[in-house]
Write a protein that binds this ligand. Sequence first.
Ligand SMILES: N[C@@H](CCC(=O)N[C@@H](CS)C(=O)NCC(=O)O)C(=O)O
Length: 286
Amino acid sequence: MPGVDGMAMLPEVIVPEAPLPCAPIPRAANAAGMEYVGIEEGKQRSGLRLVLTAGVPGPWGEAAKSLFHVKGIPYTAVRQIAGKVDETLRQWTHQTSAPVAILDDERPRSGWAEILFLAERLRPEPALVPSDPGDRARMLGVCHEICGEQGFGWNRRLMLFDPIMRDDAEAASSPMGWKYGYTPEAADAAPGRTLDILNLIATTLRQQRDRGSDYLFGDTLTAADVYWATFAAMVKPLPAEQCPMPDWMRPMYDLSNDRSDLDYDPIVLSHRDFIYKRYLSLPMDF
Ligand SMILES: N[C@@H](CCC(=O)N[C@@H](CS)C(=O)NCC(=O)O)C(=O)O
């Protein structure tokens, strides 16, 4: 994501104010300002800590925040800087990415499904995971297509890395390239996989609408709706008043700016708008 090693290599026309590699990303002028503590302080605290990449509406982080928001679970936000290999974070959480949820002295949870099940355990209502095993398997399958390995976010991230890393071996082998599996071949396959998943989401929403539901699964909010709403930032970010991200970053998140030939059904964005309006917190704060 932005701030990766090699960021300075981005063509000026795309990111005229791109920060230096691993530098904190300055807040956009209209951002409210989320309160973060540093990693060392977060580690000293008890309760629920959520390590987040500061300054960006990173979809995995926004999804984790939104799950806790829907359930009303408080947490301390801990600042991570995109692409930075922080030794204190590594020692504490056994990895260097964000998001990570850490409850007291339990093991750190850095995968989307682990964070979801922690939220379900801490506050079972409203349930975001169906109790029927068949429903649960189907709902989690959709979630995997959105946020899991080779999913929508995974492939959009490869597309975002591509202009930085394709012709720069050093950037491609940076911590971000290594962690998230950048290769030119993976990046070549990413737009097709992205479109396949957009079509899956659109078809599912249309089938649901035919049976009278605005949700991705069943008749109530599930984790799949929260994940889709937050990951749809990588189709098109919400407008600046609602998503105060740095101006230089916005075109990178916008799929039509990146690949205007990838034609997707606008229902994927109407669903995002519905979920944000009804359940999530706006303006976004990161
Ligand atoms: N944990 C996720 C990836 C998380 C991710 O991409 N995080 C974004 C922000 S939401 C980021 O910029 N991470 C910074 C980093 O890894 O240094 C995965 O397993 O795919």
